[in-house]
Ligand binder design. Sequence first.
Ligand code: S3P
Length: 172
Amino acid sequence: MLKMNKNIVLIGFMASGKTLSSKELARRLKRKRVSTDELIAEREKKSIAEIFAQSGEPYFRKLEREVVHEIAAQKNLVIDCGGGVVTDPENLQALKANGIVFFLEAAPEAVYRRIKGQKNRPLLNVADPLDKIKTLLAERDPHYRMAHHVVDSNDDNIGKVVDDILNILSQD
Ligand code: S3P
């Protein structure tokens, strides 16, 4: 299992459980966890919402690309990717080259249930968040499906998601 020290990379839509699962995975595997959003926020000394509001999405995506390429070159990490990381094919390529990539799949309704009332995701601060989730998810789905493995993340059961990932890794 995990023979090659490859990174374990979690991708998927906002609120698909990447952050909690990556923390639990890192804990169980005694690996270092890195989150693209956390690294960006740390470096800019601003929240993701502030970066979007003050500098715009293209600037955020530029920072994200830099961070992704940096992290993807390392080994033995559990990587929690922001939901939009994979919209740049070169990001995904870099992550796949050195890691095993898992898509945490969650339906629009599950995402909506989880983000309702929250304000920390600038792309979903719109009049009809569910509609926006559906549109964005449909657009991104083909990118997410380029992952090596797909894991169902519709139930609010992080332990099960992590078990599924570890099972797949043990058969790899
Ligand atoms: C985004 C997802 C967010 C964050 C930013 C943009 C996206 O991360 O990177 O708000 O484009 O899907 P999470 O997936 O961790 O919410």
